[in-house]
Design a protein around this ligand. Structure first.
Ligand SMILES: [Zn+2]
Length: 407
């Protein structure tokens, strides 16, 4: 299978790009290949798509439910509502989330939720890359915890190309040390990522100090569950020592600025994390605390939040924030993509240069972050296949019709 992309703007040059199977095989001024399917990309720019490093996809069904509450009050309400959702609901919600993600240029998401089999099914059907966190909390009970481990064991043995799983203890206020250690050891044995919420609110930090005598990152480090396959969602309230611990362990920070602002959790100190050479990636969190899965929006908020926080217009630099949303996430997840070069997997995002929000085009990346929105996206390719072509995602009408039945 070959696709020849003709006359696309890549950085500041018009080029042709040949995709062979799932790889970018050649990038050159002119390529001719009579066997390839041609994609006319005149008036389009190509950039790497987005890697959403922390979300709860099917919370899309709770978009707009229980608004304007602080995290713990919000969580208590959400948990009650979530208990009513069936695995079919989760499947429907995940498909709606994936549609929203594809339409906004995302080709990968790291998830954490219940009814993981429904989430996996939706991802596999829609062709998106995903890492599905199998969620653990003490109050699930021993039987469900065992079932989750059994499922993870079985699934990790299957040959999975685009959809993988991680072990995801929810947070330090819902999982005790024993469960964290059990989860971590299991993840290690089965070569899986480990995904948890950490240091999201000041209250979590205060409770951690009261209960364990140390803040959350120090605590997880003390029980030995941090390494380079650990995704730490939020990291809003870190000490210098904790930023250093994350850096030494090469753990992955998933920064979720919109959710942190909406739940009034605080501001992630990106300069502190950068000073310690931490790996910073970007996530949207769930649609119930954002309420959007658009990484374009997330980049803009990440940048503007940093500028306001530091009272410095050079903070939240657009090139840096773009890396958080693209190559940093891909690299952290071991995906050979996130940049457009020969030999990389063909994850591509095509932007309409004819859109009024993209002109004049002094700087494509800053136009995308500060000016564009999802309507500027023309097409999305994941691993050599179009997930969206000229604005259309297969089956989108049905997904929307089903979503309308929820309220
Ligand atoms: Zn979350």
């Amino acid at each position: 299978m070959k696709i020849l992309i003709k006359q696309v703007l890549l950085q500041d040059k018009i080029v042709d790009i040949l995709i062979k199977d799932n790889l970018i095989s050649e990038i050159s001024t002119t390529i001719n290949d009579s066997e390839a399917e041609v994609f006319d990309a005149r008036d389009l720019a190509v950039i790497p798509p987005f890697y959403n490093m922390h979300t709860h996809s099917s919370m899309t069904l709770l978009r707009g439910y229980c608004e304007d509450k602080p995290l713990f009050e919000w969580l208590n309400n959400i948990w009650k509502k979530e208990a009513e959702l069936s695995s079919q609901d989760i499947y429907n919600g995940t498909r709606l989330a994936i549609l929203e993600m594809i339409k906004s240029g995302t080709v990968f998401f790291a998830d954490m939720y219940w009814h993981h089999q429904s989430i996996i099914k939706a991802c596999q059907e829609m062709g998106i890359r995903a890492n599905i966190g199998i969620c653990f909390m003490n109050n699930l009970g021993k039987e469900t915890i065992k079932e989750n481990f059994d499922f993870a064991k079985q699934f990790s043995k299957t040959n999975n190309d685009l959809v993988n799983i991680s072990i995801a203890p929810h947070a330090i206020y819902t999982c005790d040390a024993q469960l964290y250690k059990e989860c971590y050891e299991f993840a290690k044995e089965n070569n899986l990522y480990f995904h948890t919420h950490l240091s999201e609110t000041q209250k979590e930090v205060e409770d951690s100090i009261k209960q364990y005598g140390m803040p959350p990152v120090e605590y997880l480090n003390s029980i030995g569950v941090l390494d380079n396959k650990t995704i730490l969602a939020h990291c809003v309230h870190l000490t210098e020592k904790e930023a250093e611990i994350i850096s030494q362990n090469k753990s992955i920070i998933a920064h979720n600025p919109c959710s942190n602002m909406k739940l009034a959790s605080g501001v992630f100190d990106s300069r502190q994390a950068m000073k310690h050479n931490c790996i910073i990636t970007l996530g949207t969190d769930g649609n119930s605390s954002n309420n959007s899965l658009s990484m374009i929006e997330e980049m803009k908020f990440a940048s503007l939040l940093a500028k306001v926080h530091y009272q410095d217009s050079e903070a939240g630099n657009s090139d840096e924030v773009f890396k958080w949303a693209t190559i940093n996430g891909a690299k952290a997840m071991g995906i050979n993509a996130g940049e457009i070069c020969e030999g990389k997997e063909a994850d591509l995002l095509f932007i309409k240069l004819n859109d009024e929000k993209m002109q004049p085009n002094y700087n494509t990346i800053s136009n995308i972050i500060y000016s564009s929105d999802t309507k500027c996206i023309d097409s999305v390719m994941c691993n050599g296949k179009f997930l969206m072509k000229h604005g259309y995602v297969e089956g989108e009408e049905e997904i929307i019709e089903i979503a309308k039945t929820y309220k």
